[in-house]
Design a protein around this ligand. Structure first.
Ligand SMILES: *Cc1c(COP(=O)(O)O)cnc(C)c1O
Length: 396
């Protein structure tokens, strides 16, 4: 037997965290890492947050799980809170981002098909998108590395270039049901859609009775300094998938929709055994108690600006390493001129700083939203030291 008990789908690195303290992870060997990955934008409150721990402990001791066959005071409360905080009129809870996107895809198809338009099923999606790893969500992305070995893909997706409004317009046809887009591509390399692109998609959706679906799984829940990034664009979707930060580490996602967009999602059309169980609801309430406060959001913007401005100045010292700073709030990216994976490994192994590599030669910087000035200083010290002793790439 050579296969590992953990199915070997991840090339896991040597860091083996066993404990977390605020913005740091502690390894089996006792080594400390500054966490600018946050479990890929999940640990919004960092590690060991007393409010989140207390909420989960109390709920675990009271009631962890009941079926969605029963009434859910916990789910009703959180759904109402999300409705009050957003454009949405209704919420479906899931256990992950991909399931939230799946629910959004089903909502968009059902919007048309429940009205008798059974030939309108196609979502226009964008090159280098990432929507998850289920069959539908890999089919929604043009990235071949995620398709290989899993044919046939699910039909009903049409890919066009990201940030290309004319391409999106040209792709609209008799089968089009809507657009599915990340306002800022995360995995794709912290690539922000332009305001004209997102506004243009909204206008096209309105003109052709299409649904505009935003995947805010990574950008959402205060990561960019507003509760959702579309608030900064002043473009409102019809449907939105969220996950990652909403549970602060507890697995939770949600599909939010306007009443009109959700017209096809009637009794019996969708479901989930765990989705929205009381334990997950308690975790999300504790996260929102912190991140939905205006002063907290302002703090995320200020800290993001501080890091962004510091990076913009810093990268000038190493023009052979860095190309540009990307992103907004605490969803930041450094576009490199070298292989991002090699630099990410150097930061991690030689300097104890965890970041996440992304597409387009970009390194993602996703600290916990509760990061303080001391950890920001530590970040710049580590980045500075790592840039100084990064082995120069071999001449080509
Ligand atoms: C992470 C992510 C997903 C998938 O979330 P999972 O919880 O891994 O299923 C979907 N969309 C975006 C934009 C993401 O960043």
């Amino acid at each position: 037997m050579t296969i590992t008990p953990l199915m070997p789908v991840y090339p896991r690195c040597g860091v083996r965290p066993v404990r977390g303290e605020h913005c740091h992870l502690i390894d089996e060997s006792g080594a400390r890492y500054l966490d600018f990955a946050s479990g890929i934008a999940v640990n919004a409150l960092g590690h060991s947050h007393p409010g989140l721990i207390g909420a989960i402990q109390r709920q675990a001791a009271t009631l962890m799980h009941v079926s969605n066959l029963y009434g859910s005071p916990q789910g009703e409360h959180l759904a109402q809170r999300l409705v009050d905080l957003t454009f949405a009129d209704t919420v479906f809870f899931t256990n992950s981002g991909a399931e939230a996107v799946e629910a959004a895809i089903k909502t968009a198809r059902a919007y048309h098909q429940s009205a008798g338009n059974t030939d309108r099923f196609e979502l226009i999606t964008f090159n280098n998108a990432f929507h998850g790893r289920t069959m539908a969500t890999i089919s929604a992305s043009n990235q071949e590395k995620m398709h290989k070995g899993f044919a046939p893909l699910l039909p009903g997706f049409r890919y066009v270039a990201f940030d290309d409004l004319e391409g999106a317009r040209a792709a609209i046809g008799p089968h089009t049901a809507g657009f599915l887009v990340e306002p800022i591509q995360g995995e794709g390399g912290i690539r922000a859609g332009s305001p004209a692109f997102l506004e243009g998609l909204r206008d096209l959706a309105d003109a052709h009775d299409l649904l505009l679906v935003f995947d805010e799984v990574q950008t959402g829940v205060a990561r960019t300094g507003t509760l959702f990034v579309h608030e900064q664009y002043e473009v409102t979707p019809d449907v939105m998938a969220i996950a990652k930060g909403i549970g602060g580490g507890f697995p939770l996602g949600a599909c939010l929709a306007s009443e009109k967009a959700a017209r096809g999602m009637t009794f019996g059309t969708h479901g989930s055994t765990y989705g929205g169980n009381p334990l997950a609801m308690a975790a999300a309430e504790a996260v929102l108690d912190v991140v939905a406060e205006a002063a907290f959001l302002e703090g995320v913007r200020a800290k993001g600006e501080r890091i962004r401005a510091g990076l913009a100045q810093f990268i000038g010292n190493y023009p052979e390493l860095f190309e540009e700073v990307r992103g907004t709030g605490l969803m930041l990216g450094l576009k490199l001129k070298v292989e991002p994976r090699a630099f990410m490994e150097h930061l991690r192994d030689a300097h104890g700083l965890l970041t996440v590599a992304a597409g387009d030669k970009t390194l993602r910087l996703l600290p916990p939203l509760v990061i303080g000035d001391a950890e920001i200083d530590e970040f710049f010290e580590k980045l500075s030291a790592a840039s100084a002793d990064f082995p120069a790439p071999e001449p080509a």
